[in-house]
Design a protein around this ligand. Sequence first.
Ligand SMILES: *[C@@H]1O[C@H](CO)[C@@H](O)[C@H](O)[C@H]1NC(C)=O
Length: 375
Amino acid sequence: MRFLQILAGLAGLVSLANPIQASTIVDPKIAAKAAIDSMNNAFYNPSEGRWSPDIAWWISGTALQAVLDYMQMTGSLDYLDQARYIVDKQKAPLPGWPQGGGNFRADSTDDTAWWALAMLRMFDLTGDKQYLSIAMQDEQYIWNYWTDTECGGGIYVDIRAMTYKNAIANALYIKLAAGLHLRMGDSHYLARALKSHQWFEESGMINAEGLVNDGLTQDKTNGVCFNNEGPTWSYLQGALIGGLVELFRATHNETYIRSAVTLANAVIFSPQLTPSSTWVLTDYACERTAAGCNFDQQSFKGIFARNLGELDAQLVARPYRAYLEHNADLAYQKARNADDTYGTSWAGPYDGSSLAKQQSAASLWVALLQGQDTV
Ligand SMILES: *[C@@H]1O[C@H](CO)[C@@H](O)[C@H](O)[C@H]1NC(C)=O
């Protein structure tokens, strides 16, 4: 079992670098709560009903997911009133958006998908079907931007311009449609999830290293679409892993879990995404540049961690736990300030805080709680 040997080797390296295991130092439940409380203290704006209203809206959507997952995994209802309030505020129609907005119908399909995925978790936590209805409406809204013509399928990310079939919009869609099927048993969602997954696999967005690049470019002279070789951002890998896990849960077809494992291993053994100097997840395309990471990019790694945790929870041996613990341990020791805010790079040094960085670190801790659902 080469796969297990490789992971045993990684665990060996991790324990060499860290003679004391992370889990013996910090309880993930306590660290996750501290990260969420700090996110609320530093960035929550009650009158707007979101965190850091000055930065991109989708980041509050993924931050909400971290908070909801924390409650799902711990049985705590500490943030449920806040979550309901955020949803009520953010689902209101936004002036100037296509179709009047409302219920998270945004101007890019990925923005809608982040909030729709959070609505599935709101439904899990509350049993309230209004949240499921919103997710259904969002799925249909996103699906409206699928076309069979350009690139043989796929969803456009940019709704206003009807351009750019990219990895994030399509990977999130797979996770959303499969997630709806899991909660409703409705075969039409599963059929759409399978169709979009098959298109994704054949689209060329997965490169020779087994990593997902940013999206597709169409050659206007012959209509052929090809991998645009955009950065292999960590969240692209994470979103597809999450979609594959949901497809596996929906079908019990091992093909999907094998694809997810292959993708996760490609990230862990990528010298760029997991440099062997630290074995810590790194968005090299910004963290290793002079320009650094913008707010969107600061948000990415926690999304990978969340989805890796979801994969890990499906595997009896929990092969990714050591990797997640190592990342969390280093982030705690090297990238954290006294007020429990976290910086960009989990191997440190701490470089100041933002909502984007904070929801990313909170998501990392919550990933370590995956598989412990008490709700
Ligand atoms: C499992 O999924 C793969 C990929 O979609 C498919 O080719 C295969 O036929 C499926 N197997 C079963 C038993 O349905």
